[in-house]
Write a protein that binds this ligand. Sequence first.
Ligand code: AMP
Ligand code: MN
Ligand code: MN
Length: 334
Amino acid sequence: MSGAARRPPPELARILFGGDRVLLVSHVPPDGDGLGAGLALVRALRKRGKEAVFAAGGEVQRCLRFLARPGEMDTSPSGPPGPFDVAVSLDSASQERLGELGSLCRRSRHFLNIDHHAGNRRFADLNWVDGASPAVGEMVVRLLEDTGIPLTRETAVPLYVALVTDTGRFSYSNTGPAAHRTAAALLATGFDPSEITDRLYRSIPEPFLRLTGLAIGALRRDAGGLVAHVTLTPEMLRESGADPLDAGDVVTIPVSLEGVEVGVLFRPAPDGGGTKVSLRSRRWFSVSDLAARWGGGGHERAAGATLPHPRDRARATVLRALREALEAGEGEPS
Ligand code: AMP
Ligand code: MN
Ligand code: MN
């Protein structure tokens, strides 16, 4: 990673805080990182007298909804009426992942892209990509610092959510000094982190717990035990009553099993045909390279893709590729 990416390009803050109407977006649906980074910027901009709104492109996961105050977030698929002076994509590696919001961004005068996916396609007019950052929320903390905007509790809470969710509560390999230093700066504004983790991790809806039970029943191993996978069917989603927006979280089950290097979740693609695949690895296997084969992407330890096939065929394809890569020892420490 070049040192240059550590600091935001100088024009970025000038364009962002120079516009009067600013649109913040993330991949659809947004996760804690995209939503947290977006709401923090909404608040920093509004404090400076700007009109700013976060467009989610649809509903967001229930456990994240506490973050947005009335009027801060738009959940319509095509976003709020434009035009905007500035549109900012947060935490999205490609314009495609912005869904319908992508064309709204394109129509704004300036289109900025702030992201920490190393494979970011640099699709905007000005792109700030730092693949070494643990979360876009952490990049936004640096952007505010660089611009001389002090953190307040209002901006710190969503940024803390961004950091906690993308680092797996400070547990994944992206948890380095930067993550903890940033957390310290955010906590210094004086909020109670246990209130936030109650919202995020101790508010599990019962239907999701039922889905977890079904998922454990569907847990399988492959590649001599190095891979564990779960396939969620439409019937399992229906029977449990779980919110499909929460279904992606089930991937923590296969990747948490003893002895596993790669955990995989197969589920019906949320936006219609095909199978959504979520990949997580623990120590050495790069799942982003694998996801890229099917037009997806992500990070070395967390990636996703959508295959245009029914689940049986998608699963056979992905498991075969995993077996081959693992047998070849790709990336395995000697
Ligand atoms: P998921 O399994 O969808 O939760 O994704 C895990 C990680 O991979 C997240 O950082 C996503 O932003 C990223 N990711 C998922 N799908 C894609 C994709 N199609 N292109 C690029 N990154 C993706
Ligand atoms: Mn994300
Ligand atoms: Mn992220």
